[in-house]
Design a protein around this ligand. Sequence first.
Ligand SMILES: [Zn+2]
Length: 141
Amino acid sequence: MAERIEQIKERVTRQGESVTHEMEDSEGKKVAVQFSMDQLESMFLRLGKELRKPDDVTLKRMEEEEKKRQTSMKQMIDLANIETQAKINGQMNCSHRKEDGRTRIMGQIHSDGMYHGICLWCNKEFKPVAPPRELLAQGVG
Ligand SMILES: [Zn+2]
């Protein structure tokens, strides 16, 4: 497109302030149309705008895609919220103990030297603590 505009501008400069475009009508008669530089420029500007504008079908499809995107995003957020809430509820209702009263919390000593405990039932992560001496004695690491 830019190349075409360049060519026309060149012709316009040579011919003065206007360009004559010769065309044949449906009966083969020659028709000359003269455009001024300003007319040409505004025609190309308008054409460019029209070309960039999506047509009605495309526009409708784009709107539907956007709506779908919004809906699935909302569903994902809702699901994440439900899962988070379920996890929190589960953790709040969890005693972190087995039926026989033994702990479900297992842990490891991480590179920070702290013992990171997690409940194997509800996945609650506990605040890291200094490793209890008896765990070290048991060889937990
Ligand atoms: Zn638990």
